[in-house]
Design a protein around this ligand. Structure first.
Ligand code: AKG
Ligand code: FE2
Length: 287
């Protein structure tokens, strides 16, 4: 299939067919497009060739405007992610640029996804089954309801559709790094109808590949605080992290191991579990 993820190599970009992702053994009822900031073939970026870095597969012949629009969107939503990170720093009593300095320099990992949800007759699995997001922040644009979040009272609550707004979701690593002050919630997308036209654009705004993963220093009366029992329970149940150590690239590397069977990682201690979400396996690009 043209522009298929498999043809994008380790950049992990292109078309993800319906059924290419799943949750806990069930197929997620959606198809999608994976993208990211463009690294041209002659770009000497130090991380070129590592998973998630590289060139996009845009349908330039069929939709010539898509390339420009998606790349511009990625730039703008990255700026938004940086602004939100500054606000979180200030909210934690830190210097405004502290989170950026510690986690996002020289550049955050930026994963652009666009999903079209539609059900298949006789398949009753969710659009996306219940999960928490693994990284730092997810900045999501949607055109209709369908997303639900598990409330503190353990009830599924509809996330409203508000035109011209984003849904910003806290990921597991932000929850861990703030000792549970920011909560990474379970969420899911309800089973779509076969004629559904729900679209969503989640943008995963994650720590830099080389960011050291260490809890953020909490100030004032929070200094020396330990995580609440609710946070510990949440981490045990949902999050795939074990100890906080090493760099974000280690976490991401282990996470994507199943997708990139040829990936050989340095001797990483098992800081997280591989993801079972992505069902399309990708072999190494010929250099
Ligand atoms: O499509 C949505 O509304 C949610 C997407 C999502 O949760 C995800 O991709 O992790
Ligand atoms: Fe999610």
């Amino acid at each position: 299939m043209a522009l298929h993820l498999k043809d994008g190599g380790w950049a992990w970009r292109g078309y993800m067919p319906w059924g290419g992702e799943g949750t806990k053994g069930n197929i997620d009822q959606k198809e999608g497009f994976y993208g990211g900031p463009e690294l041209a073939s002659n770009d000497q970026h130090p991380l070129k060739g590592m998973p998630t870095f590289g060139e996009n597969q845009f349908p330039d012949d069929e939709l010539p405007e898509m390339r420009h629009l998606v790349l511009e969107y990625i730039d703008k939503v990255t700026q938004l992610g940086l602004t939100i990170s500054d606000a979180i720093s200030v909210g934690l009593g830190l210097d405004r640029k502290e989170i950026k300095r510690r986690l996002l320099d020289p550049a955050p990992i930026q994963l652009f996804r666009s999903f079209k949800y539609y059900g298949s007759h006789g398949v009753d699995s969710c659009g996306i089954g219940e999960h928490s997001d693994f990284g730092f922040l997810t900045i999501l644009s949607q055109n209709a309801t369908g997303l639900q979040v598990l409330s503190p009272l353990k009830e599924w609550v509809d996330v409203p559709f508000i035109p011209d707004s984003y849904v910003v979701n806290v990921g597991d690593i932000l929850d861990r790094l703030t000792l549970g002050l920011y909560v990474s919630p379970l969420h899911r997308v309800l089973t779509p109808q076969p004629n559904s036209d729900r679209l969503s654009i989640p943008f995963f705004f994650d720590p830099a590949w080389n960011a050291e993963v260490r809890p953020l220093p909490l100030s004032g009366e929070r200094d020396g605080e330990t995580p609440s029992s609710a946070a510990r329970e949440r981490w045990n149940r949902n999050s795939t992290f074990k100890d906080l150590q090493g760099t974000w690239g280690q976490y991401l590397g282990v996470k994507v191991l199943k997708i990139f069977p040829d990936l050989s990682l340095p001797d990483f201690s098992a800081v997280t579990r591989p993801s079972g979400r992505h069902l399309v396996e990708i072999k190494r690009d010929e250099p």
